[in-house]
Design a protein around this ligand. Structure first.
Ligand code: ARG
Length: 466
């Protein structure tokens, strides 16, 4: 190590003097990419093993590098590692600590590698683990939803469209609706993981290398399905980050739909749901308040995750091939989106476990809102009245009942006949929410048998039953 003072930078050879402190502070990423230290160490160990296998370094050198890297990892984990913005990012921190330990042997690690393929490798490894955690958390929330569905399986609740009472459904069916959404989220996670799982390392800066490396070997040892096929693509590719954060956005949207619904359901206007005290907070001035803050923050954090996605797609927009420093801006939104969704999913499971539908309160008002009107219309259709006419007739009956301030079931034979001669008192047997629910029969409907079948399906799928 000789020559002019270049501030110990990895690019020292070409430069005279160090970097302006303001530029260092502006450009550093160590304050957040230090989270990649484990992946950086793992990637470097795999790289060193490969370099030794192809004869670019000796087995002793690669063993010394592995040992040195593991010591550095232990130092980081014990809080004994010193960070400095002069070393810019996690890759330079770890490499320079290795060189400080091993001298020339350490100076061989960066052979046939650039920070461009290195950072993509580290970040993909990190994201792959994070996707696996998300998958587990989704499975956890699904279990809580299925258990809640079983707990309240046969309670009849109003289903809404436009947030207006629409048709009666079983509470079991309601909970299973979110299970289906989570299941699609899990399949998006799996799909995204599959496309992500190609090894960047070995693409070097953008063109590959003239050194005889073995990318198949590195791919295998890091658990990638194969080496990514084009080095210029690797150097510029952040599709996997964007796709992951889109998948997270979708999850967070589902969480925010659910949170909004339950915020409404805990109001005294709805009175559908009771949340455990330990997941709520009070007011410093209004002694009676019990606020669903966790649900509100879950809803609010959708804004963050959507913002993270916007940041990422805007960062890559208009970038020419291959690596550009703009890409360093991928990490904060990537980390933030995962942190946010992980925290929200964990709490969603807890809240779903702790919440109880207030079945008595729901029941007390289930007769409101003409939830059985569609069932009545379908009864008329079964009596051979065309759908358009049946719809019209029931609409008129609803108008009549509204005028009289009664339910459809309270209309007299004379009331029915006054609307159409084909209507008679026997139609009253078709009315009421219980009758309506019992009448559903289509696949995927809220038919009691269907709900039970799907609950069983998910109990088995999720290992709640065998
Ligand atoms: N910290 C950089 C990033 O996150 C690493 C890659 C830097 N490469 C370079 N040629 N300056 O993107």
């Amino acid at each position: 190590m000789s020559g002019p003072d270049t501030g110990g930078k990895a690019w020292g050879g070409r430069f005279h003097g160090g970097t302006d402190k303001r530029v260092e502070a502006f450009s550093e990423s160590i304050s957040y990419d230090r989270r990649l230290y484990r992946q950086d160490v793992a990637g470097s160990i795999a790289h060193a093993h490969m370099l030794a296998a192809v004869g670019i370094m000796s087995k002793d050198e690669s063993a010394a590098i592995e040992k040195g890297l593991l010591e550095i990892q232990a130092d980081i984990e014990a809080g004994r590692f010193e960070y400095s913005i002069a070393k810019e990012d996690i890759h330079m921190h770890i490499e320079s600590a290795l060189i400080a330990k091993l001298g020339d042997t350490g100076r061989k690690l960066h052979t046939a590698r650039s920070r461009n393929d290195q950072v993509a490798t580290d970040s993909k490894l990190w994201t792959r683990d994070a996707l696996d955690r998300i998958d587990q958390l989704l499975a956890g929330w699904m279990k809580s939803l299925v258990k809640a569905g079983r707990r309240h399986q046969n309670a009849v609740i109003p289903g809404f469209t436009h947030l207006q009472r629409a048709q009666p459904v079983l509470a079991g069916h309601y909970f299973l609706a979110y299970v289906e959404k989570c299941n699609r989220d899990r399949s998006r996670v799996a799909d995204c993981r599959k496309r992500l799982n190609e090894l960047p390392l070995g693409a070097a800066a953008l063109a590959g290398t003239s050194l005889p490396i073995d990318r198949q070997m590195t791919a295998k040892s890091l658990g990638f399905d194969r080496p990514a096929a084009n080095s210029m693509d690797v150097s510029s590719d952040r599709d996997w980050a964007i796709e992951s954060v889109f998948v997270l956005t979708m999850i967070q949207l589902h969480l925010s739909n659910w949170a909004e619904e339950w915020i409404l359901w805990t109001t005294s206007e709805f009175g559908f749901l009771a949340l455990p005290d330990e997941y709520c907070t009070g007011s410093s001035i209004m002694p009676q308040k019990k606020n669903p803050d966790v649900l509100e923050l879950t809803r609010g954090r959708a804004g963050r995750v959507v913002g993270d996605l916007m940041t990422l797609i805007t960062v890559v927009k208009g970038l020419p091939l291959a690596y550009n420093r703009d890409l360093q801006e991928d990490k904060e939104p990537l980390f933030d989106a995962f942190d946010t969704v992980e925290a929200c999913l964990a709490l969603a499971a807890l809240i779903t476990d702790g919440a109880r539908l207030r079945e008595d309160r729901i029941r007390a008002r289930i007769g409101e809102g003409f939830l059985d009107a569609t069932a009545l219309m379908e009864a008329l259709i079964k009596r051979n009245i065309p759908q358009r006419s049946a719809h019209e007739l029931v609409g008129r009956l609803v108008g009549l009942a509204e005028q009289k301030g009664c339910k459809l079931a309270d209309l007299s034979e004379t009331d029915l006949k006054s609307v159409d001669a084909r209507l008679d008192g026997s139609l009253r047997d078709e009315l009421g929410v219980d009758h309506a629910v019992a009448g559903y029969q289509s696949e995927g409907s809220s038919a009691p048998g269907e709900v039970d079948r799907r609950l069983k399906h998910w109990e088995i799928q999720l290992g709640l039953k065998n």
